[in-house]
Design a protein around this ligand. Sequence first.
Ligand code: RB5
Length: 149
Amino acid sequence: MCVGVVMKIIMGSDHAGFAMKEKVKAFLKGRGVEVEDVGTHSEASVDYTDFGKQVACKISDGTFERGILICGTGLGMSMTANRFKGVRAALANDLFSAIMSRRHNDSNILVLGGRLIGDTLAVQLVETWLETPFDGGRHQRRLEKMDVD
Ligand code: RB5
């Protein structure tokens, strides 16, 4: 299974994504994936931006190739992460979006809505997202047009 291909994942959540983050982290660790968890570490209220920025920064600077962010809807985390150069954060609460975000968009952060989906689907989305390669070709040209100076 591909989670062996991507050996290091950086994760973060706010309070609304905390419980799901713990479930996803346990799934990944159970399959031998090294996980860096930037927090949050409880259900006490925090600002999603603080955790989204930490993950996006380490994707942007190349420290990690893949990240996972979880907040209540996934919206705030994806907005925050996509401000960082080189970050392609995909909010994907369904399997088709998770697959296509890899195949066509080479997404490097998967964003989940902890208040929208269940833990079982979250784990399926993570597994599928990690297993799905980028199609390249014409899609690479389109990615190169994303950045605005
Ligand atoms: C927190 O209440 C909530 O606003 C946050 O988790 C997220 O959904 C924001 O986009």
